[in-house]
Design a protein around this ligand. Structure first.
Ligand code: NAP
Length: 547
């Protein structure tokens, strides 16, 4: 059944009740939810398939760091039971297949317009609606716009001199060829050692004739401990779904089962600074890669953080045979400041004969040449360069659309001058009827994304229903409510490792030259956040102006 067949809307003067941007987890669920409620909705998607992050990031080794059983929709038990995961940590192809399965199962495809980019959006105060423009020259009017544009979806292409002159093949982790790429017999470079680089390096190394890793900042990474699900294991997990979902919602990060090396369910209580140095080191033998992270004080006390980093350094020294390479792989910034990465065979890869590491802090990258990469000390002849250089996170995707709200105000200019400001990560003052799924200053990237997305989509759908029932056509946060939320969100991270000057992560926008430094996720935990959102809705959407 398509939107038009089930519509309940009376808004015939507008093309749509809601336009949803993006067909990843967020867009797919938003479309389903809105259609269920009888709204005329359309998803506009840049790619030629569904998946969002999991459509574009198809680099070798791409895998989610949340267990498959938890990284899936919870809103429909039939979907949970019908889909079969094969591994503990889901690989990219399987997540993409899963999202295609959901799309087809819910018959969503007819209402998704593929290969179309939203280029501009203008708020029309008289019509109380958005005009949405696309790169195909279309102009749609819609009462609401739901930006399901993703947190890490605006690729950041590095500004390296000579990149375009390279005579070999340039690949990008965040826009990897759909047909895959065979690295066999090739001299390959990977530039970037964040999550994407760390995941792809072992897989590329296993194929390439030679792999040179160009590392600017070393990675804090630990084994994913991935494995195929054992016979009968999936059935058992599926039987426990109701309890699992409940536990997920009650947990700080929306995650209960931790497949990675560490991560005990409860926050640790023991302090590293109150533990004798010899005992800390002994813990490496018992806890392995969990030893550096299992402490209560590492995220709030820099001295504790340094002590934990020492344990991490020791683990790397044990894993990597060449002492110089091991030293270069030890991070020189606080642990926990960037995203903790999980990997498969990352450090062991540097013990391979065909892999070498270039530490760009000691030998800076000068330029890309027609035949390879030149650093200050050396020329590297290459056939392929794989850039895994990250994203303009949280605000990037929306900033790439020319969004004009109340009185022509530009969202891009607002965020560029003031930093990422929102109310609850759901709306921005001055931009009525625009909802952001897992927007800045919501738990988003610090929680299980799928759970965060479901929560937001359901909250937004309830809000739209409330507006319809009460005859409201316009909703936006008050500037005061937004200011208070920004202040609250910022106050939670002030003084922590995450916002320390030495911590230059994408969470604070430090990877984008000139981006205003703001910690862009809400760190108060998923349960508290949900509670606050519910209270606000129950109080008649407190802090929002409805008219
Ligand atoms: P990233 O974490 O931002 O890493 C980018 C890497 O490229 C960094 O090592 C960075 O060095 C380097 N880099 C950037 N520009 C460079 C330049 N001009 N020259 C040399 N090196 C340069 O990006 P990402 O790896 O794509 O990951 C982004 C986020 O996506 C992750 O933190 C995670 O949240 C998510 N992700 C998750 C998964 C998963 O679930 N398993 C997988 C992939 C991504 P500096 O650090 O020095 O800037």
């Amino acid at each position: 059944m398509t939107t038009t067949e089930r519509q309940r809307s009376t808004e015939t003067a507008l093309d749509f009740d809601a336009i949803v941007i993006g067909a990843g987890f967020g867009g797919i669920y938003a479309l389903h939810k809105l259609r269920e409620l009888g709204y005329r909705a359309r998803v506009i998607e840049m790619g030629d398939g569904v998946g969002g992050t999991w459509f574009w990031n198809r680099y070798p080794g791409a895998r989610c760091d949340v267990e498959s059983i938890e990284y899936s929709f919870s809103f429909d038990p039939r979907l949970e039971q019908e889909w079969n995961w094969t591994e503990v940590m889901p690989p990219q192809p399987e997540i993409e297949q899963y999202l295609n399965f959901v799309t087809d199962r819910l018959e969503l495809r007819p209402d998704i317009q593929f290969e179309t980019k939203v280029t501009a959006m203008t708020w029309d105060e008289d019509a109380c609606a958005w005009t949405v423009e696309t790169d195909r020259g279309e102009r749609y009017t819609s009462r609401f716009v739901i930006a399901a544009t993703g947190c890490l979806s605006a690729p950041l292409t590095p500004d390296i001199k000579g990149m375009d002159s390279f005579g070999g093949i340039s690949l990008f982790s965040n826009n990897f060829p759909k047909e895959g790429f065979d690295f066999s017999g090739k001299r390959v470079a990977v530039v970037g050692t964040g999550s994407s680089g760390v995941q792809s390096i072992p897989v590329v190394a296993a194929q390439a004739e030679h792999l040179t890793v160009f590392q600017r900042s070393a990675a804090y990474t630990m084994p994913a401990n991935n494995r195929p699900l054992a016979p009968g294991e999936l059935e058992q997990l599926k039987a426990g779904y109701p309890e699992l979902r409940e536990a997920q919602r009650a947990s700080l990060a929306g995650v209960v089962r931790f497949g990675g090396a560490l991560r005990a369910g409860d926050p640790p209580t023991r302090k590293i600074l109150e533990t004798a140095p010899e005992e800390r080191m002994q813990l490496i033998d018992t806890l392995g890669w969990a030893a550096p992270v299992a402490w209560a004080d590492v995220m709030v006390d820099m001295e504790a953080n340094h002590a934990a980093t020492e344990l991490y350094a020791e683990l790397i020294r044990r894993a990597v045979k060449d002492p110089d390479v091991a030293e270069a792989l030890i991070p020189h910034y606080p642990m926990g400041c960037k995203r903790q990465i999980i990997d498969t065979d990352y450090f062991a890869t540097f013990n391979r004969e065909n892999v070498s590491l270039v530490d760009l802090r000691r030998d800076p990258l000068v330029e890309v040449t027609p035949s390879g990469i030149r650093t200050e000390h050396e020329d590297f002849a290459l056939d392929v360069i794989l850039y895994a250089t990250g994203f303009d996170a949280m605000t990037g995707a929306l900033n790439r659309i020319d969004i004009r709200g109340h009185e022509g105000a530009s969202l891009r200019e607002f965020w560029e001058s003031e930093g990422a400001r929102t109310y609850l990560g759901l709306q921005v003052a001055g931009f009525p009827n625009l909802f952001t799924v897992t927007g800045p200053l919501s738990p988003s990237v610090l929680a299980n994304m799928v759970l965060g997305i479901e929560h937001h989509v359901e909250w937004i759908a309830d809000c739209i229903e409330y507006a319809r029932e009460h005859g409201y056509r316009r909703i936006e946060p008050t500037a005061e409510a937004q200011d208070a939320w920004v202040e609250h969100s910022n106050s939670l991270v002030e003084g922590s490792i995450r916002t320390d000057d030495s911590c230059n992560s994408w969470y604070v926008g430090a990877n984008v030259p000139g981006k205003k430094r703001v910690y862009m996720a809400y760190t108060g935990g998923f349960p508290k956040y949900r509670e606050r959102c519910a209270e606000i809705a129950d109080a008649g959407y407190e802090g929002f102006a409805l008219s």
